[in-house]
Design a protein around this ligand. Structure first.
Ligand code: MN
Length: 201
């Protein structure tokens, strides 16, 4: 079974004005589609058929650059669409408690935005639950993610923001900081909470 491009869980224009329709169309239909197609090609070239995407990411150090990069791109974007929602939401439950322990939501946003702004070139900013179930803010280059065996900060992704220029350039131009700040308006904290509840630790 080849990997398939998952549909967006809302309309292309649903995240406006934070992320505009044109950005969403290109990002999903072109970029995410290309990661999916190239992942399938790499999986077949590498004889990795039958493995789940999580299994592939967990052995990222042993696969081709094509599979690592496109497998990351495939998983990261599926996650990204799900952890956003029109109008956003607020943290609740166990995740809200963990955020309070972290130092509060303002501190978390500030650190996350700084990680995203400080990621040189393309990559992602992450909120993860580490092996002890504690919240941690990290970043990765390219399409690497915290599920890969070869990244420094491994853990369960709770939130992730795409800081590739294709994610924001049509609206925010070179102002990655403005995009990072605005992005919180569409964060799906209910989905993030489910990920946190399911994390080990
Ligand atoms: Mn992207």
């Amino acid at each position: 079974m080849a990997f398939e491009l998952p549909p967006l869980p809302y309309d292309y224009s649903a995240l406006e004005p934070t992320i505009n329709e044109e950005t969403m169309k290109l990002h999903h239909d072109k970029h995410h589609k290309a990661y999916t197609d190239n992942l399938n090609a790499g999986v077949s070239e590498g004889g990795l058929e039958g493995k789940s995407i999580e299994e592939i990411l967990g052995m990222a150090s042993q696969v081709s650059a094509k599979v690592r990069n496109n497998g990351g791109g495939y998983w990261n974007h599926d996650f990204f669409w799900k952890i956003m929602t029109p109008g956003g939401s607020q943290p609740s439950g166990k995740l809200a408690d963990a955020i309070a322990e972290f130092g509060g939501l303002d501190k978390l946003k500030e650190e996350f935005n700084a990680k995203g702004a400080g990621q040189f070139g393309s990559g992602w900013a992450w909120l993860i639950a580490d092996e002890n179930g504690k919240l941690k803010i990290t970043s990765t280059p390219n399409q690497d993610n915290p599920l890969m065996d070869c990244v420094f900060d491994k853990g369960t992704p709770i939130l992730g923001n795409d800081v590739w220029e294709h994610a924001y350039y049509l609206t925010y131009r070179n102002d990655r900081g403005a995009y990072l700040k605005a992005w919180w308006d569409v964060v799906n904290w209910d989905e993030a909470g489910k990920r946190f509840d399911g994390a080990k630790g």
